[in-house]
Design a binder for this molecule. Structure first.
Ligand code: HEC
Ligand code: HEC
Length: 149
């Protein structure tokens, strides 16, 4: 995306939707109702601003320890095509976005001041595949049944 075009889009978005909720995750209920600057959003809100979307995407990179191309594929000219669904990782990520939103909404709804207790990082901790057992991380306990005499 050209820098000037990018800035123009940001200005238009800032001017036209002043009240976007921060970090809001909407399971597609706005699809088809709101005119969107984005070509292919199925789970994020259609009216998400450029800044918010890019901020989320950078968080995904950090949470999984990957670059944008882990989920996004290039087009025929080799440029990133962010709207393309060519990579299965992008679809996995959609499930993850929905799941994370549901976990927060259903199980962490007791604190209205912080509606996002669980994030991608909570599980991923910088890894593509979260660890499943303490044995993958922790050294063996010095006190095991066999070492107790
Ligand atoms: C963990 C996977 C993942 C990573 C990493 C990721 N994205 Fe995304 N991105 C997605 C998903 C999923 C969507 C579609 C969300 C939806 O359907 O609502 C998306 C959508 C987008 C869109 C909107 C495209 C459109 O018009 O429909 C842009 C732009 C984008 N990403 C840019 C980036 C950039 C830039 C990076 C790196 C800083 C990045 N993404 C990293 C998963 C990822
Ligand atoms: C409750 C824990 C949890 C949360 C929260 C979570 N994930 Fe995951 N995620 C997992 C687990 C576990 C796997 C591995 C599944 C497997 O092995 O098939 C995974 C796998 C993935 C994968 C596929 C890995 C690959 O091969 O590329 C992507 C992409 C992904 N997560 C993105 C996300 C994003 C983006 C978020 C935040 C919106 C997120 N996850 C939040 C637990 C979580």
């Amino acid at each position: 995306m050209k820098k000037i075009g990018f800035l123009a889009v940001v200005l238009v978005v800032v001017a036209s939707c002043a009240s976007v909720t921060k970090g809001k995750i909407d399971q597609g209920k706005n699809v088809g109702k709101v005119e969107s600057q984005w070509a292919n959003l199925k789970v994020l809100p259609q009216d998400i601003s450029e800044d918010e979307l890019k901020g989320l995407m950078r968080e995904y990179n950090a949470a999984l320890g990957v670059k944008c191309n882990h989920c996004h594929a290039p087009n025929a000219e080799g440029k990133m095509d962010f709207a393309s669904d060519a990579k299965k990782e992008k679809d996995y990520a959609r499930h993850m976005i929905t799941m994370t939103g549901e976990i927060n909404k259903k199980h962490f709804d007791y604190d209205p001041a912080d509606k996002q207790k669980v994030t991608c990082f909570t599980c991923h901790q910088g890894n593509i595949t979260p660890k499943k057992s303490s044995a993958e991380v922790l050294p063996k306990s010095p006190v095991t049944p066999s070492s107790v005499k």
